[in-house]
Design a protein around this ligand. Sequence first.
Ligand code: DON
Length: 304
Amino acid sequence: MDYQQILENIYQEIKPYTSVGQQADYIPALAKINPDQFGMCIHTIQGETFKYGEATTNFSIQSISKVFSLAMCLSLEGDSLWKRVGKEPSGTAFNSLVQLEAEKGIPRNPFINAGAIVMTDILLNHLKHPEEEYLRFVRAVSGNSQTNYNKEVAMSERENGYLNASIANLLKYHRNIDNDIERVLRFYFLQCSIEMSCYDLSQAFLPFANHKQTFSFEGITLTASQVKRINAIMQTCGFYDEAGEFSYLVGLPGKSGVGGGIAAVYPQRYSVAVWSPRLNRKGNSVMGIKALELLTTQTQESIF
Ligand code: DON
């Protein structure tokens, strides 16, 4: 498969979408970036790499970090995680409060904000030095020791994070948060602020594409069955109220972030990351979704 040629073809086809959508501005630090950027990278499980555009430019991974949090929680907490978080698609926005109230503080899944805030609380219960250990894991899985938090982005989100603060309060009211709310939010926003490039992100998702190989990074180990299940949750919940549409158009497990990144896997074949900051109304990258749709269409490779 000539993935390099396919990446070039994809870019030619998605060019008309260059100025469609807007970058996230509810986090002021993210509103400042140039929205007219596009990068894409594929890593195959045979060890090949294919890059296009701004594939080595760092961006804010935001909710894509929720996949790393889930990997850590499943390793550290095991199946008792599912007593505190569900695994059903929400069909609602990533920051919705409505369902959380109706369902008495049990978030639908780990990838909506409420679910990730509960996972953050679980990580705080397990880790002695949570911020350091989280970063150490992400650095190991991406193979880049320079990967870091962006404290300015984290602070900018904290200063404006009224909705996430409401979610955390509602969770605490329902006794689904053990730690101090402020402590939980601070760590949650830091996770979201991690910066990576498409190259690093696709590298970091390769172990999720390769579930037949042992997953073990910095003491975080997952069985093949756990990796398979993380993929299942990406497939059903990775795009919030657009998960059905992403499944329909692309047909790969994946996860988006409001920084404009999307990471996805084709199990036993490749991982892919794409980034373009302009988002649709559901908070997912316009060109990112289009590029992945073309990738699975042109290669005729998808899980379906
Ligand atoms: O908590 C938030 O709202 C952001 N830090 C992350 C949201 C996000 O990336 C949703 N993804 N599309």
